[in-house]
Design a protein around this ligand. Sequence first.
Ligand code: PLP
Length: 230
Amino acid sequence: MIQITDHLGQIRARVTQALIGAGRHDQVKLVAVSKQQSAADIRELFNAGVSDFGESYAAEALAKQAELAGLAITWHFIGRIQANKSRSIANSFSWVHSVDRVKIAQRLNDQRPFDADPLNTLVQVNLAGESQKGGITEDAVAELAHCIDELPRLRYRGLMTIPPAGLQDADVYALFTRLRGLNETLNQTGLSGDTLSMGMSRDFEIAIAAGSNCVRIGTALFGARPKPNP
Ligand SMILES: *Cc1c(COP(=O)(O)O)cnc(C)c1O
């Protein structure tokens, strides 16, 4: 039987190969996307050395966080942010990858507890202009990124994107390269975004070739998600 830890070994090897293939000497952060996965499986991966976990639904995440309270896990919120969920995100996560409007940035800032470190914040960019998907359009990124940078309880860290399903590899690569270029352009305007969150199970090697330093991997680690989205 294939265990999660075998998957982890395979993913780590593929990340290393992708870095070598790209001639890179830096590191890629692995965020294990544990939405719809059990606390027991998270614990197993944590014990195998994974410390960063990504969740998409606040209520589900909070329940698992309570169950795993003793573990030094860094929690990343990667899902759509409804305004009425911002407080639990501000309270219970170290990173948020999916900020796409000023109103949400302000709420997260106002609700971040004063005894917590500033919330590490990425702007989600909708590069392909898909109306059903979260993310801000490319032309509006700069304003939001600078707004986050000014908010004292948030720490602006960079950009995140999710490519449309069904693209050819070359088009996925082009999209990731655009996000990287956008980050460089923004950093020339006084920002210091150091994180490019791009790459999931199906495309993380392409993302690493394009410069990703943070991949969000779910099914390739845990196996297929057991339950449909709530
Ligand atoms: C679910 C999800 C992932 C992980 O997707 P896999 O294909 O299972 O690796 C990554 N990022 C976001 C934003 C997600 O919602």
